[in-house]
Design a protein around this ligand. Structure first.
Ligand SMILES: Cc1cc2nc3c(=O)[nH]c(=O)nc-3n(C[C@H](O)[C@H](O)[C@H](O)COP(=O)(O)OP(=O)(O)OC[C@H]3O[C@@H](n4cnc5c(N)ncnc54)[C@H](O)[C@@H]3O)c2cc1C
Length: 265
């Protein structure tokens, strides 16, 4: 077991982790940690991720955090990190936290676009950390191929889904906004900040790979060749249209919702 622990620590935290001391503790012997029920656990990992646990309560004043509320990785440390990041993102992107002057009423589309752009840019430092987490998971699960490609794709898919949620929560009023061939006039502005985010993430991920001891056993990931790089670029480019279409649909749906409520009034 000592050997396996040491190997996994090096894999996850690189070479210096090999010099640490190992302390092994049987948590099942801890009366306040392990109950009788814990000693007869279910055979499979329980279902977590009930979306109701992720809803802000009391008009955005109460947030539930913790691994059990996570959209993925529930019951694991990964879930704890994901839920903490979700609350942090919500607080940062909350228009109220940017100051009441940020929004001049519910129909201030310019302010909504600015808030969304600020949110997208503010995610940049987290994206590399998310990429590293996905990469470590693939390494820990003994995957040997396309590690960079998979981890980057997972990172971007997670990012897109969070971005869609952010977008749908902003109080756009697109009822007076033009739509040309199905595309809302606001869509290009909403998409603009993503170009830099993509490029930066890819360069940071490649720089990280190059410096990673754990990846030195995987030459294709450590120093990706031209062909692999273009495969990665193609893969990420293929993930974009789905987000692009969905975000456009969110903006158009907002126009429909506002017109509907205007008709009702
Ligand atoms: C024995 C064991 C082994 C595990 N092994 C792994 C593993 O190998 N890999 C993995 O990914 N995950 C593992 N997990 C799961 C992982 O530890 C948890 O999913 C993760 O720690 C949850 O983090 P959290 O921040 O959601 O909650 P916690 O880490 O439980 O943090 C909650 C905190 O709130 C504090 N608290 C509670 N009530 C109050 C109160 N009223 N007022 C103030 N503070 C309060 C608690 O003291 C605690 O510090 C293991 C869990 C256990 C128990």
């Amino acid at each position: 077991m000592a050997l396996l622990i040491s190997r996994q620590l090096v894999q996850v935290f690189d070479l210096p982790a090999e010099d640490g001391e190992q302390h092994v503790h049987d948590w099942a012997q801890e009366a306040y940690t392990c109950s009788t029920l814990d000693r007869t656990p279910p055979n499979t990992h329980p279902e977590y991720g009930n979306p109701n646990l992720r809803l802000p309560l009391w008009k955005n004043k109460l947030f539930f955090g913790g691994s059990e509320t996570a959209g993925y990785g529930g019951g694991y440390l990964e879930g704890a990190l994901e839920s903490a990041a979700r609350i942090q993102r919500t607080l940062v992107s909350d228009p109220i936290s940017l100051g009441p002057e940020a929004l001049n009423g519910p129909a201030d589309n310019t302010a909504c676009i600015a808030i969304f752009g600020t949110w997208v840019t503010a995610q940049q430092p987290d994206l590399l950390a998310t990429y590293r987490r996905h990469l470590n998971q693939y390494l820990a699960r003994q995957h040997k191929e396309q590690l960079t490609q998979r981890a980057l794709l997972d990172t971007m898919e997670q990012f897109y889904s969070e971005a869609l949620r952010q977008l749908s929560e902003l109080p756009f009023d697109t009822s007076g906004t033009g739509v040309h061939k199905g595309r809302s006039a606001l869509t290009p502005e909403v998409h603009a900040p993503f170009a830099i985010v993509h490029q930066t993430l890819i360069s940071e991920a490649l720089a990280f790979n190059h410096s990673s001891y754990a990846l030195s056993n995987f030459p294709e990931e450590h120093e990706p060749g031209k062909e692999y790089l273009s495969t990665i670029a193609r893969d990420l480019a293929a993930a974009w249209p789905e987000f692009a279409l969905s975000s456009n649909a969110v903006l158009r749906a907002k126009a429909a919702t506002v017109s509907e409520s205007q008709r009702t009034h």
